[in-house]
Design a protein around this ligand. Structure first.
Ligand code: 5GW
Ligand code: MN
Length: 347
């Protein structure tokens, strides 16, 4: 009886509720503490990472020292209006860059197409010279796209360089060989290249590396000044002038004339470049239009709308048929002599 009375007494049940409430409050305080504890640790970690990233992130002024290289050209050719560096010899501090990339363990991709007679004619020299001069000290994967797997030359590659060969179809018209490159590059970045490299270059095969082509060329999106046009002003550039083409550039507009023989960036940026160019080329095809310099016209339109973050001077893609003017001191890559054709229409 006494027990029953005790349990059922209203005062007693209130005490119970209080105890339960107290326990609940304790529990929630503990939970809050745990949560709070976790989140500060997490925040601490995040801020540590952020500070470290900020400390190791290079500023342009850490390594780039613009000096007037081309005195005979009036316009500034060492830094663009949108503050992208234009790489010449003597404009950058190689040791700062080397130290930075030594800590970052990067892999650089290089896509090259060698189809038909270009395979036997150019691929061997391109690969041998790339092994010697392209990104030495960094991990490199060279992607060779070819229509004849068995004719790819045997080239010795050192421990940093690897190459992967992919079979691609032939195009009937020569104009389509270079234009369809954009589409093939797009598909391969999506399929696998985006997971394999930190930076990516796409280059013509009819060229030879002549001296160090190093980490100073790496960037988010990289464009190459055309060695024939870098001194000229926009209204002279051989942009596409048909306003029905996707590559159309109005007279007087434009920054530079870029060469399609070299472009690059992070895989995502290169994907944007080739995706947009492919779209432009395909839309033009639907309308029976072909831009005056094919893929190059579309590339120039792209870089007009989306400014490159780094530009390579003509030293990075020189044609010796222009001789050696005094401001060209360090040729990194040059056109292969045999490839020179003033008019592509002669093919
Ligand atoms: C062949 C004849 C005319 C135009 C292009 C080709 C061609 C180009 C070819 O038969 N096989 C081939 O692999 N290509 C690839 O497209 C090469 O990687 C080549 O470097 C690139 C661009 O073509 P090029 O180098 O003839 O273009 P330009 O602008 O240097 O004259
Ligand atoms: Mn070429």
């Amino acid at each position: 009886m006494a027990r029953q009375f005790l349990l059922s007494h209203p005062m007693n049940s209130m005490r119970h509720t209080k105890v339960i409430l107290f326990l609940l409050i304790l529990l929630s305080l503990w939970a809050l503490h745990r949560k709070y504890h976790f989140s500060t640790r997490h925040l601490q970690k995040m801020s540590q990472c952020w500070f470290q990233a900020r400390q190791t992130e290079l500023k342009l002024s850490d390594w780039f020292h613009p000096t007037q290289i081309v005195e005979l050209v009036k316009k500034n050719l060492t830094i663009t209006e949108w503050s992208a560096p234009i790489m010449w010899h003597d404009t950058y501090d190689e040791s700062v860059l080397k130290k930075y990339y030594a800590d970052h363990n990067i892999t650089v991709g290089l896509i090259v197409f060698a189809v038909g007679r270009y395979l036997e004619r150019y691929l061997g020299r391109f690969l041998i010279s790339a092994e010697k001069f392209f990104m030495s000290g960094q991990k490199v994967i060279i992607y060779v796209m070819t229509d004849n797997f068995s004719a790819v030359p045997w080239v010795y590659l050192g421990r940093h360089h690897t190459f992967k060969i992919f079979q691609i179809g032939r195009e009937k018209r020569w104009q389509d060989v270079s234009m369809m490159r954009m589409k093939t590059i797009r598909d391969h970045i999506v399929d696998h290249i985006q997971y394999e490299v930190d930076f990516l270059f796409c280059m013509d095969v009819d060229q030879v590396f002549r001296s160090s082509y190093g980490v100073e060329t790496l960037g988010e999106s990289v464009a190459q000044l055309h060695n024939f046009w870098f001194w000229a002003v926009p209204h002279m550039f051989p942009y596409e002038r048909n306003n029905l083409s996707e590559a159309y550039m109005p007279k007087g507009k434009g920054d530079f004339y870029y060469h399609a023989a070299v472009f690059g960036g992070t895989p995502i940026q290169v994907l944007n470049i080739v995706r947009e160019c492919t779209k432009g080329i395909m839309n033009d095809k639907k309308n029976n239009i072909e831009a005056v310099w094919h893929d190059e016209s579309h590339l120039n339109k792209y870089f007009f709308l989306h400014k490159p973050t780094k530009i390579l001077s003509p030293e990075y893609c020189w044609d010796y048929l222009h001789g050696m003017p005094p401001y060209i001191k360090n040729v990194r890559l040059s056109w292969n002599f045999k490839s020179y054709r003033p008019l592509r229409e002669s093919n």
